[in-house]
Design a protein around this ligand. Structure first.
Ligand code: FAS
Ligand code: PHB
Length: 386
């Protein structure tokens, strides 16, 4: 079999890349290790930057997003019960869209016309340092080979693509945090109209949502915490303790539809091109979800990669693919910085002691008192220019 591009991974990055390529007339096959149900069963991001909204429209997959997504003008930050609302519309005339990653993935799966091979096992990348790369995989006991012009590694942090690059060709930067996020999904109306990011001496909490009837909540837990140790009742009690009394009183609880713990880390691999192999999305970088950047960064990567591969395939120009890595790393590092800063501001770090907590309080007080600081947070949260 032969195609222009083999995409490894059918998460949001791989599906969006495949959709943009097929609309431009570039053939691409997606190889996904899991089943569609498994991919759709992962509960992850919830906030879309305007750039991602625009890209869903470019992919002709934005109809349901506009019908069901919730446009949010701002967020609330609270620090030991003191609250401050940031109005993005007033500050920088921008908004965000609340629309779950599961729905983005579902819309892209439905829009895709070309072939996606699910439950592709033992995917292997070959000869991507030559002009004739190929990919092999096994399915139903048979080995399949796909010859191609380019390979896009969109297979996430634990995928095979980055692992296929010789370690001598790769530089990685990493910070792991001494905590994770315990998240719960519940069919109850959100506790507030907008998201609430709360710092409390007991730990960080986030009140998010998926619709007017479905909510998503998180609490910071120790890195070695086990989800089995958290009954629904224990989760709700802990969340209430971390919210200001009025919000805690208004919280509507119910049985968890999903409950899981996500580890937090900052990670970047450089560069993102190795001959005919390109990395995008979580295969290339990870951000702590505090800044709502993970999904959006994956989307801005593949927007740039799609244009580069379309140019290389249809116009036989290498300008875009030659510039891809340096171009997207600029934006990746700015999102890494913001995600690290939001995480440092809002989580408890016992190791930094009383001085560290006073610095966090000063950071919050500065933010409350400075229009410029609020504009800076707003422009990063709603998404820096693509
Ligand atoms: P994904 O990991 O989504 O997709 C990669 C795909 O590749 C998967 O379907 C996988 O099955 C497949 N794959 C892996 N190895 C393969 C192989 N060898 N062969 C074939 N296929 C293979 N971001 C936010 O903004 N907010 C959040 O709240 C948030 N919460 C998160 C919680 C968790 C537990 C995780 C892991 C991430 C979270 N993220 C969040 C970040 C997340 O949304 C990612 O940024 C987003 O999924 C990135 O999309 P992809 O790059 O497509 O990677
Ligand atoms: C979510 O709704 O899952 C969500 C929202 C904002 C974040 C992280 C996660 O910063």
């Amino acid at each position: 079999m032969r195609t222009n591009v083999v995409i490894i991974g059918a998460g949001p990055a791989g599906l969006m890349l495949g959709r943009l390529l097929e609309l431009a007339g570039v053939d691409a096959i997606i190889l996904e290790r899991r089943s569609p149900d498994y991919v759709l069963g992962r509960i992850r991001a919830g906030v879309l930057e305007q750039g991602t909204v625009d890209l869903m429209e470019r992919a002709e997959a934005g109809t349901r997003m506009h019908a069901e997504g919730l446009v949010h003008r701002g967020i609330e930050l609270s620090f030991d019960g003191d609250r401050h609302r940031l109005d993005f519309s007033d500050l920088i005339d921008r908004t965000v869209m609340v629309y779950g990653q599961t729905e983005v993935t579902r819309d892209l799966i439905e829009a895709r016309q070309s072939s996606t091979v699910y439950e592709a096992e033992e995917v292997e990348l070959h000869d991507f340092d030559t002009a004739h790369p190929r990919v092999t995989y096994r399915q139903a006991g048979k080995t399949h080979r796909i010859d191609c012009d380019y390979i896009a590694g969109c297979d996430g942090f634990h995928g095979i693509s980055r692992q296929s690059v010789p370690t001598t060709a790769l530089t990685t930067y990493e910070r792991t945090y001494p905590f994770g996020w315990l998240g719960i999904l519940v069919d109850q109306p959100p506790v507030a109209d907008e998201l609430i990011y709360a710092h409390h001496a007991r730990g960080f909490a986030l009140c998010s949502q998926r619709s007017h009837t479905r909510s998503r909540y998180y609490v910071q837990v120790a890195a070695d915490e086990k989800v089995e140790a958290w009954s629904d009742a224990r989760f709700w009690d802990e969340l209430r303790l971390r919210l200001n009394p009025e919000t805690a009183e208004a919280l509507k609880t119910g049985p968890a539809l999903e409950k899981s713990i996500a580890p937090l880390r900052s990670f970047v691999a450089e560069p993102l091109r190795f001959g005919r192999l390109f990395l995008a999305g979580d295969a290339a970088h990870i951000v702590p979800p505090t800044g709502a950047k993970g999904l959006n960064l994956a989307m801005s990567d593949v927007a740039a990669l799609a244009d580069a591969l379309i140019e290389a395939t249809l116009e036989k120009s290498s300008a875009g693919i030659d510039a891809y890595s340096a171009k997207v790393l600029q934006r990746i590092w700015k999102a890494e910085r913001f995600s690290w800063w939001m995480t440092s501001l809002l989580h408890t770090f016992p190791e930094t002691g009383p001085f560290g907590r006073r610095i966090q309080r000063a950071d919050f007080d500065y933010l409350r008192s400075s229009h410029a600081a609020q504009q800076s947070l707003a422009e990063n949260y709603t998404g820096l220019p693509w």
